[in-house]
Design a protein around this ligand. Structure first.
Ligand SMILES: Nc1nc2c(ncn2[C@@H]2O[C@H](COP(=O)(O)OP(=O)(O)OP(=O)(O)O)[C@@H](O)[C@H]2O)c(=O)[nH]1
Ligand SMILES: [Mg+2]
Length: 482
């Protein structure tokens, strides 16, 4: 690992006044450590909460109210851009090729005529029975080709739920819906999936109960599904015992198979086929293209992270060595801030975010001042001091706490930048402007994740072994200390 230290910023550093300001705030906050510690913990938890709330966000372009061919083409083009970036940044991977093939298939099927209907639902709700009765009694009436597909039973505890996708989903239940059924249905609907709620096995209820259950279903799904998309059926009603009193006084019993009740469903399906068929196919293309894009983006994030981590490692050791070698506190902070400015530029380049020197300084200064403001500096310095005291590493000189802290803050800054860049809009990376609020919240969340004592202990051991004079110094630390 060799480092090029002849970077202008690392030598120039930030202005002395800025360094003194940082020093001042540091000393000021150190005197209020108790209070700030509490604020820091609170702020960090708030950040963590925010991050958690934000992270499952997936940018599916919702096909609402009705998807168009243009929307599908646009979604495919957007996914294509993500794949192109991936191909450019990991030229030896097979992933871009296979993702591209998926997109080509989507494009070829944009005007697909046959409709794919997925039957989903819990175990034994009657999915197979419904497909059979539809295939025998409804499918033959249609001029359009329709194919049914049954998912593996949902909510089976022994394995994860299968992914539900299709032009149209019939979500089957056998009565009022459970909480997990409600969750799945709401998620499907909110992701733009066209879905009908089909209550099967109505024959298990008396007519009076039936209307009650239907009322409950309508009420629960209000605002999520339209009333006409909630339908009661009986695909395979249970045979009923019929008793007949004979003229001679004896009673004869026989089993009678009631006929299936799916008229309301067939009628609704026929309507949907006539009115929405083409849009349903386009909407599927929009969703599939969005999924391909997410896949490409995830791979791209991985490639970029792999390139970023060694850079963060390098800078964290430079920061440690620089601060360790120089006992002046103001210079310590100056050095780390200069290093993080260069870190901003280097990581920005990986994420295609070009920063001018001034912009990079602003980002670095924001990170540094937020770390102080949020009490993260005090909190970690205290933890690191405590851990070092209980550590067997006795050969470490006085600057160890500062050195290790500098490395730690550099790492937190770098990881925050990765998270922040990843959450940026992929399409307009170059024109993204700095969102300080979001950067601060990302910083809080990342700090929270890397604050566990076990992580800090391992981190201290790693940095300490680099700083230790006994062991031969690696290239990075040597050049930084000179
Ligand atoms: N009473 C009544 N029973 C039904 C109805 N529809 C299906 N069944 C019965 O429910 C049981 C399960 O039906 P399936 O069609 O196999 O259900 P499934 O959802 O495909 O089941 P899995 O694929 O195993 O999850 C069978 O015994 C069916 O006869 C109905 O409308 N009324
Ligand atoms: Mg089945």
């Amino acid at each position: 690992m060799t480092l090029n230290l002849r970077r202008p910023i690392l030598i120039g550093g930030i202005g002395l006044s800025a360094a003194l300001w940082l020093l001042e705030s540091f000393q000021h906050s150190a005197s209020e450590m108790g209070e700030n510690l509490l604020i820091g913990v609170l702020a960090a938890s708030a950040g963590y909460w925010w991050w958690h709330r934000q992270s499952p966000k997936r940018d599916l372009a919702l096909p609402q109210p009705l998807a168009s061919r243009e929307a599908a083409e646009k979604a495919i083009a957007t996914a294509q851009k993500a794949i192109d970036l991936l191909a450019a940044e990991s030229p030896n991977s097979a992933d871009p090729g296979s993702l591209k093939a998926q997109l080509e298939k989507l494009t070829a099927e944009l005007d697909r005529q046959d409709l794919q209907i997925t039957i989903a639902g819990g175990k034994a709700v009657g999915k197979t029975a419904l497909i059979q009765v539809l295939n025998a009694n409804w499918t033959p009436q249609n001029s359009q080709k329709v194919s049914f597909q049954e998912t593996a039973p949902l909510f089976a505890n022994n394995h994860a739920d299968p992914k539900i996708a299709g032009d149209l989903v019939l979500f089957v239940t056998a009565g009022d819906i459970t909480d997990s059924e409600f969750q799945t249905l709401s998620q499907l609907a909110s992701s733009g999936q066209r879905v009908l709620l089909v209550w099967n096995k109505t024959d298990q209820y008396l007519p009076a109960q039936q209307s009650q259950v239907l009322q409950q279903l309508l009420q629960r799904m209000q605002g999520i599904l339209k009333a006409e998309d909630i339908i009661a059926i009986a695909s395979a009603p249970t045979a009923i015992k019929v008793r007949q009193h004979q003229a001679d006084g004896t009673v004869q019993e026989r089993l009678e198979n009631p006929t299936f009740q799916i008229q309301s469903l067939s009628a609704r399906l026929t309507q949907i086929l006539a009115a929405e068929s083409q849009q349903l196919v386009w909407a599927s293309a929009v969703r599939s293209a969005a999924n391909v894009k997410v896949e490409a983006k995830t791979l791209l994030d991985g490639v970029r992270r792999d390139r970023s981590m060694p850079i963060i490692e390098q800078y964290q050791y430079i920061a440690a060595a620089a601060v360790f070698a120089n006992p002046v506190a103001a210079l310590d902070l100056l050095a780390t801030t200069a290093i993080s400015t260069q870190l901003v530029i280097d990581l920005g380049a990986i994420y295609q975010q070009k920063f001018s020197l001034d912009q990079a300084k602003t980002v670095a200064a924001t990170l540094a001042s937020q770390m102080l403001k949020l009490g993260l500096v005090e909190l970690s310095t205290q933890t690191i001091t405590g851990l070092l005291k209980s550590n067997a590493v006795t050969y470490i000189a006085g600057g160890a706490v500062q050195g290790i802290s500098a490395a730690y803050f550099t790492r937190i800054a770098g990881l925050s930048l990765i998270e922040y860049f990843q959450s940026q809009d992929l399409e307009n990376a170059a024109s993204n402007s700095l969102n300080i609020d979001r950067l601060t919240k990302t910083l809080q969340a990342v700090f929270q994740q890397n604050q566990q004592v076990s992580f800090l202990q391992a981190f201290i051991d790693r940095v300490a072994s680099r700083l230790a004079p006994q062991t031969p110094q690696p290239e990075a630390v040597k050049s930084a200390a000179n």
